[in-house]
Design a protein around this ligand. Structure first.
Ligand code: RNT
Ligand code: ZN
Length: 413
């Protein structure tokens, strides 16, 4: 008997099928964000301030400085993560000898990424970059009162959609193109309505060209506040929830973009009644939108549980959004992504029929006693089996391999 056989029998006593959970988990793609690999710097030659509160802190050795270094780090990370992978690229991560401005980007500037992704058998997602640019230094892009600046960013957004659509068609898997803008005001604005009307009109123009849903899905991401835009963020949750409903876009919920006591897990079912598809930016805010690496904690587990119990896995794209430069960047990717998968595994290992029946019958005692006693089941043995099936290490072997890789990149200048 292996420890997985023992675990399988124990779960079966509670009416839980571990083999079915493992089979399902294998099919759930996690879109890992490229920007944890280099502290959201990108590969452009020109740039501006980051904006909107995007701030990686720390100076751990080994930051990827080129597309090749980033891809090497990603390949190592993917080799340490079981399951199905995607990569979430930002427009600032072009791979080209040219230095096009943001309103001149074309598919060819990203073609090396697509060749690599095909080779790695991973899907790609995309993001226009509306920050770290001189034309965004005042934290106004699509909302800017100057029509010329708005036009620049609208063009960037349109081109990003074209690039994402081509990526999706090249790889045979729709690219999620997520739109986040930092736009807002440090101090109390006089006319919020005018700002929001400008943002809406710019988005409408940007999203007007139609693309095949088989190649491209547009998502919009709200935010509560950022450093430098404390008084008003134009693209708030209410703004984008309404926008997504009116326009049929995907709604992105970033776990760091709400008041600290709000639960993104709770929002999933509520939003899913009004929008067809959701995108998650799984993150860990600490006191503010600090983008700490995600832990296997209650917040992450609650989100995973909702995806399973609300039957939302088939219309939710799971993306990650954190960046910590105080620790090994590859270790951050690996442990963070594995934590998301561990949470999904636990969610898939619930005896849902029993728990639902208890709740419907108002038998809250059963709901309570079962959920608490279930915590003692051997989830670790099922996770180890998932890793073994994918030929990916666990525990101290994993830690040793991550340490060796980190040592191999530590002398990057
Ligand atoms: C910023 C948003 C956004 C970014 C990335 C880099 O607050 O969360 O998703 O983190 O686009
Ligand atoms: Zn985000």
């Amino acid at each position: 008997m292996t420890s997985y056989d023992t675990a399988r029998a124990q779960f079966a006593e509670w009416g839980i099928d571990t083999d079915a959970a493992l089979a399902r988990l294998k099919t759930i793609p996690i879109s890992m964000h490229c920007w944890q690999g280099d502290d959201v710097v990108g590969f452009e030659t020109r740039s501006g301030i980051s904006g909107g509160g995007i701030q990686a802190t720390g100076n751990h050795p080994g930051r990827a400085r080129t597309p090749d270094e980033l891809r090497a780090d990603l390949e190592f990370a993917y080799a340490m993560i079981p399951g199905t992978h995607r990569l979430n690229l930002h427009a600032m991560y072009l791979d080209s000898d040219e230095s096009p401005d943001r309103d001149a980007l074309e598919y060819r500037h990203f073609a090396p990424w697509v060749d690599w992704a095909r080779d790695q058998r991973i899907g790609l997602d995309f993001n226009p970059t509306f920050f770290a640019h001189v034309k965004a230094d005042d934290n106004l892009t699509l909302t800017h009162p100057d029509a010329g600046i708005r036009a620049f960013w609208i063009e960037h957004g349109r081109r990003s959609r074209e690039i994402a659509a081509r990526i999706g068609s090249e790889l045979g898997s729709p690219a999620i193109n997520n739109i986040w803008v930092p736009d807002g005001y440090k101090d109390t604005p006089i006319d919020r309505m005018a700002a929001r009307a400008r943002l809406e009109a710019s988005l409408d123009e940007m999203l007007a060209p139609e693309h095949d849903a088989a190649t491209l899905r547009d998502a919009v991401e709200s935010k509560l506040f950022g450093i430098g835009v404390e008084a008003c963020t134009v693209g708030s949750h209410e703004f984008y929830l309404g926008y997504a409903i009116r326009n049929g876009t995907v709604l992105c919920l970033d776990m760091g973009h709400f008041h600290p006591t709000e639960s993104v897990a709770d929002k999933l079912s509520a939003c899913a009644l009004s929008v067809d598809e959701l995108l998650l930016h799984v993150s860990r805010p600490m006191r503010w939108d600090s983008d700490h690496v995600i832990l296997l904690n209650d917040d992450i587990q609650a989100v995973a549980n909702e995806l399973v119990t609300g039957d939302l896995l088939d219309r939710t794209h799971v993306g990650l959004d954190f960046f910590d430069a105080t620790i090994s960047r590859t270790a951050a990717w690996i442990i963070g992504t594995r934590n998301m998968q561990k949470a999904l595994l636990r969610a898939l290992l619930q005896p849902l029929d029993t728990l639902r029946d208890a709740e419907t019958a108002l038998d809250f005692t059963t709901r309570f006693t079962w959920t608490e006693e279930l915590r003692d089941l051997p989830y670790g043995a099922v996770w180890a089996e998932f890793c073994a099936q994918a030929d990916v290490p666990c525990g101290q072997t994993l830690i040793a391999q991550m340490a060796a890789y980190q040592a191999s990149v530590a002398d990057r200048g």
